[in-house]
Design a protein around this ligand. Sequence first.
Ligand code: SF4
Length: 295
Amino acid sequence: MADEIISLSRIESYLVCPHAYYLDEKKKQEGLPITGFDAKSDWLKQSFRNLVSKAADKTPIKGLKGARLAAVLKYQYRSAETFGNEKQGEWLRRFSDEREKFHGRDIVWLYNPQWWIEGQNINKACHAYYSHLLKEGLPLDDLTEKDVEFYFGGRKWNVRPGVVRYGGIVEEIRTTDITKSKVNKDWTIAPKLYAIHTLSQDPENSMKWNAETGLRYRRVSLNGGDYYEPDKIIHMYAALYVVEHAEKRIANKEFAPNYKNCETCRYNVLTADNKPACKERKPKLRIMKPMNRLI
Ligand code: SF4
């Protein structure tokens, strides 16, 4: 194990539910239905990415915020409210037919009408995201879907850090609530900062990000608009300990289910042959089925 690349996302997935990790290794995700929650998250990510990339195409964005940024964003959406309303409308028009697929996959809705409630959540999240951009400016680099590799503790790590903003700020955005204590306990922050630190060794990046005075990390919640910077960051060696401990358990094939997240888990679904994707899920839990198999 010690020679293998550390994939932060795989270790995080193991720690959420060891059995989900086991299924990740075994199953092809493409054949599975997607949950309503995951469809909403992907939809939002795509909407945010389009908003930022189209604005960045129009203007040099370094440090641009407030009224000057609003003047650029208004070519796409007049205001935060318009962005929220229009994205909600698009979502509702598409998913009011609950049998609609998402990227070719069936969707399982956990309750009725989840598609409607998620539309309202999309409106709120888009409104909050647009307002956040006006306040803080556009990100300079988006590393949420790109792998950054570095060496630490004799191991090669593979990490997706988040976005980088002017001033050397590394930021991750969530649609869920966050607390300061959760951010303080998050062992993944150090590897994310280390990844950006590695990239900042290239003077061009460092100058672009204005990161000479050091990097900062913050977690933003679109659900309420709070954001937190950690008071202290768990050291890289402690993060390495978490990783190696998880790796030992993986090597010992410890894949016991963790029932805490079963309700919204991507494996609490029926596969195309009508069998549960996870046979170990919480006993008596209702399984999620795509609408087109209910009628
Ligand atoms: S349904 Fe529950 S036990 Fe099964 S993979 Fe998901 S979280 Fe783990």
